[in-house]
Design a protein around this ligand. Structure first.
Ligand code: ZN
Length: 203
């Protein structure tokens, strides 16, 4: 399986990193080895002094597809989740400055947190899901899928032009504003509306 991640999908987050607004979605992959194992703490890797949390809505693919039209994209997933795209921001900035790929900064072991899954049918409208990240009981990131530049079905159409989507693949749909550094002993909890979907400790 693969993790397909979208960058720069929320205007306020593009502004906070002083990035340009893209004409097309920014896409990168994480390998399955980046998934943080259930109930494990997240260990800050020794090659970074500035690992950031990015909370993101996740979509789990349940049907094989290629060149999926956005009109039919809703048939390709029936679970919605929440996760973190951990990013070694210092390393990513160095790589970006040199025009190099980001994988070392985003695809390292443990860099993908995947919380519990919820049936898509729980939601009246997947384009209006509220979510948040709490760090040590303070809300640090808050978003709604209504603020995405590319909505879930449009992302499926776009990424499936390039990659065959397979059962079990997961799309990380991008982070809203409020990304920030984690330090040892931080506790991160992710919520969709008022349901807690993950709780992890940083070491
Ligand atoms: Zn991200």
């Amino acid at each position: 399986m693969k993790l397909i991640c979208i960058g720069r999908n929320y205007t306020e987050h593009i502004k906070e990193l002083e990035n340009e607004k893209p004409k097309d979605p920014v896409v990168f992959l994480k390998p399955d080895t980046s998934i943080l194992l259930k109930k494990q703490p997240f260990f800050i890797p020794d090659f970074s002094n500035d690992v950031h949390h990015e909370v993101e809505i996740l979509v789990k693919i349940n049907k094989v597809g290629k060149h999926i039209d956005k009109k039919f994209a809703h048939k390709y997933y029936n679970e919605i989740g929440l996760g973190i795209d951990f990013t070694a921001r210092d390393l990513q900035s160095q790589l970006k400055a040199k025009g190099l790929p980001w994988e070392k900064a985003k695809a390292f072991d443990g860099a993908a947190v995947i919380g519990k899954w919820l049936p898509k049918n729980n939601f009246k409208n997947v384009d209006n899901i509220e979510f948040s990240l709490h760090k040590n009981d303070t809300i640090v990131q808050q978003g709604s899928t209504s603020l995405m530049l590319w909505k879930i079905d449009e992302l499926i159409e776009y990424v499936s032009k390039y990659f065959t989507l397979k059962i079990g693949d997961i799309i990380f749909t991008g982070t809203p504003a409020g990304v920030g550094k984690v330090i040892a002993n931080d506790k991160l909890k992710g919520y969709i509306e008022n349901q807690e979907l993950f709780s992890i400790t940083v070491k």
